[in-house]
Write a protein that binds this ligand. Structure first.
Ligand SMILES: *[C@@H]1O[C@H](CO)[C@@H](O)[C@H](O)[C@H]1NC(C)=O
Length: 328
């Protein structure tokens, strides 16, 4: 299967630096982020090295690094092979991006329309459609909605229980996918939510004195995932183009397996990030004053919310292995 371009929407897992000029706490274009990225360049990726956006682009043989669409060095030619529109701190709930001053999912789709315009100006309408039809579109969001907006800030708890809130999120995700299809996306992979209760910061906030995984957070993620998977299935049958593929991508099970059996994957520390104490530092709290772990290769998490490049590599290999054929 030839995939000409990789086009990504979502949150900090795949933000390649789109937030760099925003006045937001969800930004990390400073050291020690990027410590292992092309000799130590902080680009705004929420990682020590490559993100899943880069790793997928590389594995599919598209390009070595997936640029942020808002990177000042982004050239028109880059649009031929894809970009990330993702923004750290965003979510399917519009309130989530408001709380973090990030780009909403619909902001990201608007940027994508600008991108499509550039492509058309460069190679014409037909070639643009051909590129879009065959490109891989990935959507990675939902974690911030649950961790930040629902559980930590507690705002949505006033009006929604977890059942109603996951319905709301899945409806919002479905709207986004419908709009993405209307904008030309055909091979669309949508990630589920990982076991957010086991993220180091969430263990600290909600896992008690022993910092165990917050089970109610994980159950909320699983509930969302079951509904999302079903929604994608029924949405597919409503689309005119029979060649369109909406694929649910399970990240929950691959990640929880690493957390439960770290040694199997070469990891030793899975309940703390490498940066600082590892229990709470993320974005601005992980900075040049933070003490670093001596060897991040044995850490699953880089900061208290985001995996290391090593962690992402294990996940991306499994995910591609399980899902690539489904886009054909
Ligand atoms: C750097 O992180 C520490 C905690 O790890 C925090 O106390 C400090 O305010 C941060 N520095 C900046 C400039 O934000």
């Amino acid at each position: 299967m030839t995939i000409p371009a990789l086009i990504i929407f979502g949150d900090s897992i795949v933000d390649q630096g789109n937030n760099n000029n925003l006045n937001t706490f969800a930004r990390c274009n400073y050291s020690p982020y990027g410590k292992d990225f092309r000799g130590g360049i902080p680009t705004g990726r929420f990682c020590n090295g490559k993100t899943p956006a880069d790793l997928v682009a590389e594995e599919l043989g598209i390009k070595e690094y997936l640029p942020a669409y808002l990177d000042p060095n982004f050239k028109d030619e880059d649009a031929l092979t894809g970009a990330s529109f993702a923004s750290g701190g965003t979510g399917f709930d519009p309130l989530t991006s408001q709380l973090s001053s990030a780009f909403s999912m619909s902001d990201q789709l608007d940027m994508f329309k600008g991108y499509t315009g550039k492509l058309k100006a460069m190679v014409g309408e037909d070639r643009t459609n051909q590129i879009l039809t065959n490109s891989l579109f990935l959507v990675v969001a939902g974690s911030n909605d649950l961790t930040n907006t629902y559980f930590t800030a507690g705002i949505r708890k006033l009006n929604y229980d977890i059942k109603a809130y996951t319905d709301f999120l899945v409806n919002s995700a479905s709207d986004f996918i419908r709009n993405l299809y209307a904008a030309g996306g055909r091979r669309i992979g949508v990630f589920g939510i990982p076991p957010i209760g086991c993220l180091p910061s969430q263990r600290t906030l909600a896992g008690g004195g022993l910092r165990v995984c917050a089970e109610n957070y994980n159950q909320a993620a699983q509930l969302f995932n079951a509904k999302l998977s079903e929604a994608l299935h029924s949405l597919t049958s409503t689309l005119n183009d029979r060649n369109a593929r909406l694929v649910y991508i399970d990240i929950y099970n691959p990640l929880i397996d690493i957390i439960q059996h770290p040694k199997k994957y070469g990891f030793e520390v899975v309940d703390k990030g490498c940066c600082g104490t590892g229990t709470i530092e993320v974005a601005i709290l992980c900075n040049f004053t933070s003490k670093m772990c001596p060897d991040e290769s044995i850490y699953l998490f880089w900061d208290s919310f985001h995996p290391t490049e090593g962690g992402y590599k294990v996940l991306v290999k499994q995910i591609l292995h399980k899902n690539v054929q489904k886009f054909i």
